[in-house]
Design a protein around this ligand. Structure first.
Ligand code: FEO
Length: 396
């Protein structure tokens, strides 16, 4: 007998914890695990909202059977087709062959592409409602939060928003499932890391979704990852609004690549000088050691960024190259930027960082710096100037 978790009288959390996978999307570290949350509404009709990743099908189906006690699933609502949520759709259809899959036009194109399923389908449009008995579910299309087919489902009776990836978090649910059962400090960081790494590319679409939902009376947010929000709704909505409008904290993320320590020493000096000029939030990272997931997370927290790289085979050091490439890919906006590069015989890193600054259109706060070989005493003034100009942005 497993322990079932009720959200309300007839609505259950049906999630699993993944502590085995090292990288989400084979890219983003899952040091603290990950939850895949599905939900079941047991009314006159039974509706399942999303499923889980395919590695957890057995656990998922066992829990589902236990909740349903012999009843069948009438509707399987797919808010999002990424396989971390659609991975068990095939298993659900095999278990309940009469189930009707509910999604929008784009959902079924993906369902066909991934699973070639030919079961019953119900196509819903934005604003359409599905009647389960006591519960009426209304669907809101929220494209690109996180994929084009993404939608959210709102339960009118209990005022629960099944939000898909939005408001979701990295981190397994270690006992606590509701936000009032956990220490939010832990999840705020993992929440931002999830937003910045996974959904952050789509800030405009996040804003559109927030506006679309703004008239709903939402009492509970049930996302597909991380805690169920019922106590800190204002906070989570406000965080999402801040992150999707780049309303960030004062502070600077310094990221360097360094082969033999010269560029690292320049980065440390710049950080020290910024501290002397009064910046309290400074994070210094070695791009070769810290996964870009955590660096991007902090870049979504602080407004200032300083990037530094030695020249490596006529370009950036590959670890810095990967970071700037991802920042461009995510289309990160509205930051203050400082850049410097070093070289042994022919400078190229700084040219690449200047190109990056032009492409990403962040505000470059000081003259880019280029150093041949080791930093000399007379170079100190250049890094001091960079630190001062960055600090001036925050000391207005
Ligand atoms: Fe949690 Fe976009 O999948």
């Amino acid at each position: 007998m497993q322990h079932t978790v009720k959200i309300t009288d007839k609505i259950y959390w049906l999630g699993v914890n993944d502590r085995k996978t090292r990288l989400f999307e084979n890219l983003w570290p899952l040091d603290k695990g990950m939850s895949y949350n599905s939900y079941v509404i047991v009314d006159e009709k039974v509706a399942l909202v999303d499923t889980v990743e395919s590695g957890y099908i057995d656990e998922f189906i066992v829990k589902l059977r236990e909740i349903l006690q012999g009843r069948k699933v009438d509707y399987l609502i797919s808010n999002h087709m990424e396989p971390d949520h659609s991975g068990a759709i095939g298993a659900v259809v095999r278990e309940y062959p009469d189930v009707t899959v509910v999604g929008n036009k784009l959902t079924f194109k993906m369902l066909e592409a991934f699973f070639s399923l030919k079961n019953k389908q119900k196509v819903v449009a934005n604003g359409e409602t599905l009647d389960l008995g006591e519960h009426q579910l209304t669907f809101y299309t929220t494209p690109w939060v996180h994929w084009p087919e993404t939608m959210m489902t709102y339960d009118q009776k209990e005022k629960i928003l099944f939000s898909g990836d939005a408001f979701g978090s990295f981190g397994a649910l270690d006992g606590g499932i509701f936000d009032d059962e956990i220490n939010l400090d832990f999840y705020e960081d993992e929440l931002r890391r999830y937003y910045s790494n996974i959904v952050g590319k789509f800030t405009k679409q996040t804003q559109k979704a927030l506006k679309k939902l703004s008239n709903l009376d939402i009492r509970i947010i049930a996302a597909t990852h991380g805690p169920v929000w019922r106590d800190n709704l204002k906070k989570i909505l406000s965080l999402y609004n801040d992150w999707s409008t780049y309303t960030l904290d004062d502070g600077v993320v310094v990221v360097y690549a360094s082969m033999y320590g010269h560029t690292a020493r320049m980065a440390d000096l710049t950080a020290r000088k910024m501290a002397e000029y009064g910046i309290k939030n400074i994070r210094v990272y070695d791009a070769s050691k810290t996964h870009m997931s955590y660096i991007i997370n902090d870049i979504w927290k602080y407004k200032g960024v300083i990037l530094a790289s030695p020249t490596y085979n006529g370009s950036l050091h590959p670890t810095m190259e990967a970071l700037v490439s991802e920042l461009k890919h995510l289309d990160v906006k509205d930051h203050y930027l400082g850049i410097f590069g070093s070289f042994a015989w022919n400078g190229a890193a700084l040219k690449e960082l200047i190109k990056f600054s032009e492409e990403i259109k962040w505000e470059v706060v000081a003259e880019p710096i280029e150093i041949k070989g080791a930093m000399k005493a007379e170079d100190t003034v250049k890094f001091t100037e960079l630190a001062k100009k960055m600090a001036d942005k925050f000391n207005k």
